[in-house]
Design a protein around this ligand. Sequence first.
Ligand SMILES: [Zn+2]
Length: 150
Amino acid sequence: MQGHPYAAPPPGMQCSRCGTPIDPSRAVYSAKTAMLVCASCEASETVDTGYNRAGASVSFGALSAGLLANSYFCCIPTFVTIVFGIVGIVAGIRAIGIVNRPEYRAALGSKYGLYLACAIIGLVLASIGALMSTLGLLGLAFNATHSRHY
Ligand SMILES: [Zn+2]
C-alpha cells in the first residue's frame, strides 16, 4: 500500500523527472542524471537511452561517412571517397528519417537538433564528396583519353 496520499514527501524523495513522490526503498537512481527517479521514469529513460544511442550512431555515422567522402585530398583513392559518399548519402537520408520518427524525436529531446544537424551535414558533405570524387574521376579519365593524342 502507498502511504498517505496527501502527506508531503520528504525532500529529495520525489522523482526528479516527473515529480511523483517515491517510496525511498524502491527509488532508483537515474543512470543519466544520477538523481532519484521513479520506476516508470527509470524504465522510460532506459528506452530513451536506447533511442539516443541509435540516434547518435546513425547521425554520427552519416557525418563520419560525409567527412570521409571529402578526404580525397589525403591518400585515399577517389573510388573509396565515392563509396563513402554513397554510404554517407544513404546513411544521411536514413538518419534524418530515423531521428524524425515521433518516438525518436520525443526520446531525443534537446539532442534532436544536434542529431538532425549531424545527419544533414553528413548528407551534404557526402553529396559534395561523391560529386567531387566523381568529377575527379571523370577529369582523370578525360585527361587520360586526351593525353593519348599528345
Ligand atoms: Zn517519475
